[in-house]
Design a protein around this ligand. Structure first.
Ligand code: NAI
Length: 396
């Protein structure tokens, strides 16, 4: 199985790669990998030794240095594990190609030091698409891979205005030939993958394969996609707790969540345009679960000294019997990339199997992994997780 990472040198990507290597070397025991639970043991999921990794990036820092820096600054992985990963990471470095900065906004463009080759012929999104597809095809052919799952773990882009999302593939295709094409890089990566019949997973709040016109392309090419935005921490808690308030007929009056963290993702989200995409993705859930809209506030602030450690403090003000107000508060302290990486790996293994089984379009049974799942699944975590188990019972 090929795994092609968009944003291959980022925190989630390098931690996922380290996780796959650690599983391969017998240095990890599968904790936090949903796909390693007994109810999925009968599935023919990709084996650790069979996963070949490559990707697109816009930064040039070697993978081993990125892993070492992330885990030195944030004190997560042991130096021994980081050292054990180094030889393999050096091999993967050779499989990373320059990505695209089309419509990613100023904040992400500032990060780039591994830009695409200056090519006067590459003026339009359709030219960029050709280059991205050539990279994917070359990777797949050289390694003789049945399929390659494209996993978007790149920085969160500003979301284009919804009125500009293509409703049909014909509309999307036509816009690729225009210099004012509104689709962002994440959608170009999605189109590049789906058009080749490869599955695409969007772990970020960026647009990716969300527009109906890109979903149509997936169906036309008999392939599948899943997204958006990994549900790793605070939102996971919300999707578990909000159904409890609903089931006990407690009236949630307000739900406030403050998030502070210090990694590169936090730096990008410090820009209001990029932050808006994330907040939208985090905010809808409560209304969807409760069926009404309490006052909500979500803040995301970049606090450098915290590195990869995120603290979320949630304050839930609710009304009980006879109108009596009460409060639930929780504090979630998680390591961002360590929470995200196993889910990213699970998504790749499950999506690869869905592709093998001939599933097409959005995969709603993967909803438990996402903050803003596509394909209209139920919003509560327990229902979403049951859908995954039901899929696994049918899948062989
Ligand atoms: P990061 O900032 O460490 O990594 C992002 C990587 O993407 C960087 O190496 C950057 O150079 C690269 N990149 C940016 N634009 C690109 C483009 N157009 N083409 C190719 N590469 C590009 O961020 P991190 O922490 O790894 O998160 C990755 C994404 O996953 C973010 O969008 C984040 O919001 C999302 N996410 C992360 C979660 C978590 O860490 N717990 C949870 C849910 C979503």
């Amino acid at each position: 199985l090929g795994l092609w990472l968009i944003g291959a040198r980022g925190g989630v990507a390098v931690t996922a790669i380290a996780g796959i290597i650690a599983q391969r070397l017998g240095l990890a025991d599968g904790t936090a990998l949903v796909s390693e639970l007994p109810q999925f043991a009968h599935l023919p999921l990709a084996k650790w030794d069979d996963i070949v990794i490559g990707g697109h990036e816009i930064r040039s820092a070697p993978l081993a240095d990125e892993l070492e820096r992330l885990h030195r600054e944030s004190r997560v992985l042991s130096p021994q594990l980081v050292a054990a990963c180094r030889p393999e990471l050096e091999k993967i470095d050779a499989e990373i190609r320059p990505g695209t900065l089309w419509n990613v906004g100023a904040k992400i463009t500032e990060l780039a030091d591994f830009p695409p080759p200056a090519n006067p012929a590459e003026q339009l999104p359709r030219d960029i698409l050709k280059r991205l597809q050539a990279d994917l095809t070359d990777f797949q052919t050289r390694h003789k891979l049945d399929t390659v799952v494209i996993l978007n773990v790149s920085s969160t882009e500003p979301l284009p205005n919804q009125a500009l999302w293509p409703a049909t593939w014909a509309e999307a295709e036509a816009s690729l030939a225009r210099p004012d094409c509104p689709l962002p890089a994440s959608s170009l990566y999605a189109i590049a993958a789906l058009d080749l019949g490869l599955p695409f997973v969007n772990f970020t709040p960026s647009l990716g394969a969300l527009p109906a016109g890109i979903d149509e392309l997936a169906r036309l090419r008999n392939t599948c996609h899943a997204g958006r935005d990994g549900k790793t921490g605070e939102t996971l808690m919300k999707s578990v707790l909000a159904p409890m308030f609903a089931a006990r007929n407690l009236n949630v009056m307000s739900w406030v969540g403050h998030n502070i963290f210090g990694n590169l993702d936090g730096k990008v989200l410090d820009d209001p345009a990029n932050k808006q995409a994330k907040i939208q993705s985090k905010d809808r859930l409560i209304t969807d679960i409760l069926g009404y809209t309490p006052q909500t506030l979500i803040s995301i602030e970049h606090i450098e000294s915290l590195g990869d450690w995120k603290t979320a403090w949630d304050h839930i003000h609710f009304q009980g019997f006879l109108g009596t107000p009460m409060t639930l508060q929780f504090t979630w302290q998680g390591c961002d990339s360590i929470l995200a990486a196993p889910l990213a790996i699970d998504l790749v293994r499950f999506t690869a199997l869905a592709k093998k089984r001939g599933e097409t379009g959005a995969l709603p049974w993967l909803a438990s992994f996402f903050k803003s799942p596509q394909g209209n699944p139920p919003p509560a975590f327990a229902d979403q997780y049951r859908a995954l188990e039901a899929w696994a019972q049918d899948a062989k």
